[in-house]
Design a protein around this ligand. Structure first.
Ligand SMILES: *Cc1c(COP(=O)(O)O)cnc(C)c1O
Length: 223
Protein backbone atom coordinates (compact mmCIF):
# COMPACT_ATOMS: atom_id res chain seq x y z
CA UNK A 1 0.00 0.00 0.00
CA UNK A 2 1.21 3.51 -0.61
CA UNK A 3 1.94 5.61 2.43
CA UNK A 4 -0.78 8.14 1.62
CA UNK A 5 -3.45 5.41 1.69
CA UNK A 6 -2.09 4.01 4.95
CA UNK A 7 -2.00 7.47 6.48
CA UNK A 8 -5.59 8.11 5.49
CA UNK A 9 -6.69 4.92 7.21
CA UNK A 10 -4.67 5.69 10.35
CA UNK A 11 -5.98 9.24 10.45
CA UNK A 12 -9.54 7.93 10.23
CA UNK A 13 -8.90 5.53 13.09
CA UNK A 14 -7.43 8.36 15.16
CA UNK A 15 -10.47 10.52 14.49
CA UNK A 16 -12.78 7.72 15.57
CA UNK A 17 -10.76 7.13 18.73
CA UNK A 18 -10.95 10.88 19.42
CA UNK A 19 -14.71 10.82 19.01
CA UNK A 20 -15.02 7.87 21.40
CA UNK A 21 -12.91 9.63 24.03
CA UNK A 22 -14.06 13.21 23.52
CA UNK A 23 -10.70 14.41 22.32
CA UNK A 24 -9.59 16.82 19.66
CA UNK A 25 -7.66 15.41 16.67
CA UNK A 26 -5.24 18.36 16.89
CA UNK A 27 -3.88 17.04 20.19
CA UNK A 28 -2.31 14.03 18.50
CA UNK A 29 0.96 13.99 16.53
CA UNK A 30 1.84 11.02 14.34
CA UNK A 31 5.51 10.14 14.41
CA UNK A 32 6.30 8.09 11.31
CA UNK A 33 8.83 5.46 12.37
CA UNK A 34 11.08 4.78 9.40
CA UNK A 35 13.55 2.33 10.95
CA UNK A 36 12.50 -0.55 8.67
CA UNK A 37 12.39 1.33 5.39
CA UNK A 38 14.45 3.11 2.74
CA UNK A 39 15.04 6.81 2.18
CA UNK A 40 12.68 6.66 -0.83
CA UNK A 41 9.90 5.33 1.36
CA UNK A 42 10.69 7.99 3.96
CA UNK A 43 10.34 10.66 1.29
CA UNK A 44 7.03 9.13 0.30
CA UNK A 45 5.87 9.57 3.89
CA UNK A 46 6.84 13.22 3.83
CA UNK A 47 5.03 13.75 0.55
CA UNK A 48 1.96 12.11 2.11
CA UNK A 49 2.00 14.75 4.82
CA UNK A 50 4.02 13.22 7.65
CA UNK A 51 5.82 16.04 9.48
CA UNK A 52 7.45 14.06 12.30
CA UNK A 53 9.82 11.14 11.87
CA UNK A 54 11.26 8.69 14.37
CA UNK A 55 14.36 6.51 14.27
CA UNK A 56 15.62 4.21 16.99
CA UNK A 57 19.25 3.75 15.97
CA UNK A 58 22.04 6.24 15.49
CA UNK A 59 23.14 4.86 12.10
CA UNK A 60 19.63 4.76 10.68
CA UNK A 61 18.94 8.24 11.93
CA UNK A 62 22.08 9.81 10.48
CA UNK A 63 21.56 8.10 7.13
CA UNK A 64 18.00 9.44 6.80
CA UNK A 65 18.81 12.82 8.30
CA UNK A 66 21.45 13.46 5.66
CA UNK A 67 18.73 13.44 2.99
CA UNK A 68 15.64 14.60 4.82
CA UNK A 69 17.24 17.26 7.05
CA UNK A 70 14.62 19.70 8.30
CA UNK A 71 11.83 18.57 5.99
CA UNK A 72 10.60 16.80 9.14
CA UNK A 73 10.94 17.09 12.87
CA UNK A 74 13.09 14.28 14.19
CA UNK A 75 12.34 12.15 17.23
CA UNK A 76 14.98 9.81 18.57
CA UNK A 77 12.96 6.91 20.00
CA UNK A 78 15.52 4.19 20.72
CA UNK A 79 17.98 3.40 23.42
CA UNK A 80 20.68 6.04 23.33
CA UNK A 81 24.22 5.38 24.45
CA UNK A 82 25.74 8.35 26.21
CA UNK A 83 28.80 8.41 23.98
CA UNK A 84 26.55 8.83 20.91
CA UNK A 85 24.63 11.84 22.24
CA UNK A 86 26.95 14.37 20.63
CA UNK A 87 26.25 12.95 17.16
CA UNK A 88 22.52 13.50 17.29
CA UNK A 89 21.65 16.10 19.85
CA UNK A 90 21.76 19.20 17.65
CA UNK A 91 19.77 17.41 14.92
CA UNK A 92 16.79 16.04 16.82
CA UNK A 93 13.71 17.86 18.07
CA UNK A 94 13.03 15.37 20.85
CA UNK A 95 14.54 12.37 22.60
CA UNK A 96 11.92 9.84 23.72
CA UNK A 97 14.20 7.50 25.62
CA UNK A 98 15.59 9.39 28.60
CA UNK A 99 15.97 6.62 31.18
CA UNK A 100 18.97 7.45 33.34
CA UNK A 101 20.79 10.32 35.01
CA UNK A 102 24.06 9.76 33.12
CA UNK A 103 22.21 10.25 29.82
CA UNK A 104 20.60 13.48 31.07
CA UNK A 105 24.01 14.72 32.12
CA UNK A 106 25.47 14.03 28.68
CA UNK A 107 22.53 15.65 26.88
CA UNK A 108 22.91 18.69 29.11
CA UNK A 109 26.60 18.91 28.34
CA UNK A 110 26.34 18.48 24.56
CA UNK A 111 23.19 20.43 23.73
CA UNK A 112 23.49 24.10 22.86
CA UNK A 113 19.89 24.81 23.82
CA UNK A 114 17.21 23.03 25.86
CA UNK A 115 16.15 19.72 24.29
CA UNK A 116 12.67 18.27 24.65
CA UNK A 117 13.00 14.92 26.37
CA UNK A 118 10.47 12.24 27.21
CA UNK A 119 11.23 10.11 30.23
CA UNK A 120 10.86 6.46 29.25
CA UNK A 121 8.91 4.45 31.78
CA UNK A 122 8.76 0.67 31.94
CA UNK A 123 5.13 0.52 33.00
CA UNK A 124 4.57 -3.10 32.04
CA UNK A 125 7.55 -4.29 34.09
CA UNK A 126 8.82 -6.54 31.29
CA UNK A 127 12.49 -7.26 31.82
CA UNK A 128 13.27 -6.77 28.14
CA UNK A 129 12.03 -3.18 28.21
CA UNK A 130 14.08 -0.12 28.99
CA UNK A 131 12.84 2.65 31.19
CA UNK A 132 12.42 3.71 34.77
CA UNK A 133 10.19 1.89 37.20
CA UNK A 134 7.00 3.95 37.68
CA UNK A 135 7.78 4.58 41.34
CA UNK A 136 11.11 6.20 40.44
CA UNK A 137 9.77 8.69 37.88
CA UNK A 138 8.91 11.62 40.13
CA UNK A 139 12.18 11.73 42.04
CA UNK A 140 14.14 11.24 38.81
CA UNK A 141 12.42 14.21 37.19
CA UNK A 142 12.88 16.38 40.26
CA UNK A 143 16.62 15.69 40.20
CA UNK A 144 16.83 16.78 36.55
CA UNK A 145 16.30 20.41 37.45
CA UNK A 146 20.06 20.97 37.62
CA UNK A 147 20.33 20.27 33.88
CA UNK A 148 19.27 23.44 32.15
CA UNK A 149 19.39 21.92 28.66
CA UNK A 150 17.08 19.05 29.56
CA UNK A 151 13.43 19.98 29.31
CA UNK A 152 10.94 17.29 30.27
CA UNK A 153 8.26 17.47 27.61
CA UNK A 154 6.49 14.28 28.58
CA UNK A 155 6.58 10.59 29.39
CA UNK A 156 7.01 7.67 26.99
CA UNK A 157 6.29 3.97 27.23
CA UNK A 158 6.32 0.89 25.04
CA UNK A 159 3.50 -1.49 25.75
CA UNK A 160 4.03 -5.22 25.26
CA UNK A 161 3.01 -6.65 21.89
CA UNK A 162 -0.26 -8.21 23.03
CA UNK A 163 -3.91 -8.09 22.09
CA UNK A 164 -5.21 -7.95 25.67
CA UNK A 165 -7.09 -4.68 25.47
CA UNK A 166 -7.74 -4.37 29.19
CA UNK A 167 -4.07 -4.82 30.01
CA UNK A 168 -2.97 -2.33 27.37
CA UNK A 169 -5.45 0.25 28.63
CA UNK A 170 -4.20 -0.23 32.16
CA UNK A 171 -0.61 0.44 31.04
CA UNK A 172 -1.61 3.60 29.14
CA UNK A 173 -3.71 4.85 32.04
CA UNK A 174 -0.84 4.29 34.42
CA UNK A 175 1.46 6.43 32.27
CA UNK A 176 -1.21 9.14 32.04
CA UNK A 177 -1.65 9.22 35.80
CA UNK A 178 2.13 9.47 36.30
CA UNK A 179 2.14 12.39 33.87
CA UNK A 180 -0.60 14.05 35.91
CA UNK A 181 1.53 13.59 39.05
CA UNK A 182 4.47 15.32 37.38
CA UNK A 183 2.28 18.16 36.09
CA UNK A 184 0.89 18.67 39.59
CA UNK A 185 4.44 19.35 40.84
CA UNK A 186 4.51 22.42 38.60
CA UNK A 187 8.24 22.17 37.91
CA UNK A 188 9.63 24.85 35.57
CA UNK A 189 11.93 22.36 33.82
CA UNK A 190 9.21 19.73 33.45
CA UNK A 191 5.96 20.96 31.87
CA UNK A 192 5.45 17.29 30.99
CA UNK A 193 2.34 17.90 28.91
CA UNK A 194 2.84 15.00 26.52
CA UNK A 195 2.35 11.25 26.42
CA UNK A 196 4.33 9.30 23.82
CA UNK A 197 2.50 5.98 23.67
CA UNK A 198 0.87 3.79 21.07
CA UNK A 199 2.37 1.92 18.10
CA UNK A 200 0.90 0.15 15.07
CA UNK A 201 -1.02 -2.46 17.00
CA UNK A 202 -2.31 -0.36 19.89
CA UNK A 203 -2.45 3.32 18.89
CA UNK A 204 -6.24 3.54 18.90
CA UNK A 205 -6.35 2.47 22.54
CA UNK A 206 -3.46 4.81 23.35
CA UNK A 207 -5.33 7.74 21.80
CA UNK A 208 -8.43 6.89 23.82
CA UNK A 209 -6.25 6.92 26.94
CA UNK A 210 -4.64 10.28 26.23
CA UNK A 211 -1.65 9.78 23.91
CA UNK A 212 -0.35 12.99 22.33
CA UNK A 213 2.44 11.38 20.27
CA UNK A 214 1.89 8.01 18.61
CA UNK A 215 4.85 6.24 17.03
CA UNK A 216 3.72 4.34 13.94
CA UNK A 217 6.06 2.24 11.81
CA UNK A 218 4.79 -0.90 10.12
CA UNK A 219 1.19 0.11 9.49
CA UNK A 220 2.27 3.43 7.97
CA UNK A 221 5.38 2.77 5.91
CA UNK A 222 5.53 -1.03 6.03
CA UNK A 223 8.14 -3.37 7.43
C1 LIG B 1 9.77 0.35 16.06
C2 LIG B 1 9.24 1.24 17.09
C3 LIG B 1 7.96 1.78 16.97
C4 LIG B 1 7.01 1.49 15.81
O1 LIG B 1 6.60 0.14 15.83
P1 LIG B 1 5.46 -0.39 14.86
O2 LIG B 1 4.87 -1.53 15.62
O3 LIG B 1 6.11 -0.82 13.61
O4 LIG B 1 4.47 0.69 14.66
C5 LIG B 1 7.52 2.65 17.96
N1 LIG B 1 8.30 2.97 19.03
C6 LIG B 1 9.53 2.47 19.17
C7 LIG B 1 10.34 2.86 20.37
C8 LIG B 1 10.04 1.58 18.21
O5 LIG B 1 11.27 1.08 18.38
Amino acid sequence: MDVAANLKKIDNNIRQACTRSNRNRDEITIIGVTKYVTIERTEEAINAGIKNLGENRLEGFLEKYEYIQDQAKWHFIGTLQSRKVKEIIDKVDAVHSLDRMSLAKEINKRAVKPVDCFVQVNVSGEESKHGLAPEDVLSFIEELKVYENVRIAGLMTMAPHIDDEARLRKIFRHLASLRDDVVAKDLPHAPCAYLSMGMSNDYQLAVEEGATHIRIGSSLVGQ
